[in-house]
Design a protein around this ligand. Structure first.
Ligand code: SF4
Length: 342
């Protein structure tokens, strides 16, 4: 299969947000290197996960990348429910993916395990985007670890990590982008702007800043109040991406953190292509497009791709767009809504 350039991949990604185009392999995979975490934050679904924690074997990872590189896979995020820097081979995984043509390699992290050696290796090996969750609840959670930090110590630590990342990317002439994200209960426009300003000043070397809302992370809790105010639209995840957990189980997204609602298979017994083109995946897509998204338990409770019936606006903080901060989710969501009426 002809490989896409980075520009072609980004263009195609956006097309998939506007239109549910049938493909025989996802453009993006969330590949979870581990479901374990070094912290236990009070709000996190780590508290409700029923799985015994595991590391993805390196051989499983390389098998996924081998299949992906032959089938047009462009992007991976090496994280879903856990802290990926607990995986002893994270740098090797990045190198393997980059050497096999993956254009966009991302990792989300709390950054607390990043030391000089790891920073140097992951930047040298081709990491494209590091997403740092800068949340003071992480400082609070360190109180139960061997290295407790005050809020100030935590902030200084993350500032040092960002500075070291910046030095490493200059040393290796790397295109690494650093994103700082913080979750806030107050999701008013004023507070979002204030938090962005604060983080730009705290982390001047970072490239992107994002403020996320805090939702309940329990799988049986609606992520928004008054869901009957909204119409539910097809979720673009179903045409763009899959989530592969460390144990090999595959689902649509990390909202299914126990993998019991939208489970699609396991990469230890099926190929990614078989799962992507399976009857179960087709059924998800058909029912999302047919106005029956609510028949899937977690999709019925999820805030993504909803439109307010009265205002025709997406709910505040609706996720699904991460890179194009200039484009409002509402525009895209309305387009998806139009598609469904065809
Ligand atoms: S739970 Fe939300 S993000 Fe996941 S597939 Fe359903 S609608 Fe999409």
């Amino acid at each position: 299969m002809k490989k896409r350039t980075y520009q072609e991949y980004r263009k195609f990604w956006k097309e998939l947000e506007r239109e549910p185009i049938k493909t025989d392999f996802p453009v993006h995979l969330d590949i979870e290197l581990t479901d374990a975490c070094n912290l236990k934050c009070s709000f996190c679904f780590q508290n409700f996960m029923e799985y015994k924690r595991s590391l993805m074997p390196y051989e499983t990872f390389t098998k996924i990348i081998d299949e992906g590189s032959q089938n047009g896979l462009c992007a991976i995020k090496l994280q879903s429910r856990g802290e990926s820097f607990l995986h002893p081979k994270i740098a090797e995984c990045i190198k393997y993916a980059k050497d096999n043509g993956i254009l966009d390699i991302q990792v989300t992290t709390n950054a607390l395990l990043l030391n000089d050696e790891k920073i140097d290796l992951v930047v040298k090996n081709g990491l494209d985007v590091l997403i740092i969750s800068y949340d003071l609840v992480h400082a609070e959670a360190t109180q139960k670890t061997p290295k407790p930090m005050t809020n100030e110590e935590f902030t200084v630590f993350i500032q040092e990590v960002v500075t070291k990342l910046d030095k490493a990317r200059k040393k290796y002439n790397s295109n690494l982008k650093i994103r700082i994200q913080e979750a806030q209960e107050d999701y008013s426009a004023e507070n979002i702007a204030a938090v962005e300003r604060k983080n730009k000043s705290l982390f001047p070397e970072a490239d992107y800043f994002l403020v996320n809302p805090i939702y309940s992370s329990h799988e049986d809790a609606p992520h928004l109040a008054n869901l009957d105010q909204y119409t539910f639209h097809p979720c673009s995840y179903l045409w763009q991406r899959l989530t592969l957990y460390a144990c090999g189980s595959v689902t649509t997204c990390s909202r299914d953190y126990n993998c019991k609602f939208n489970r699609l298979g396991n990469v230890n017994s099926s190929t990614v292509k078989e799962i992507w083109t399976s009857p179960a995946m087709k059924d998800l897509r058909d029912r999302h497009l047919g106005g029956k998204r609510e028949e899937f338990h977690i999709c019925a409770l999820c805030e993504n791709y909803l439109i307010n019936k009265e205002t025709n606006e997406a709910p505040v903080g609706c996720t699904g767009i991460v890179y194009d901060l200039k484009e409002t989710p509402t525009k895209k969501l309305v387009k998806l809504g139009k598609y469904r009426k065809k």
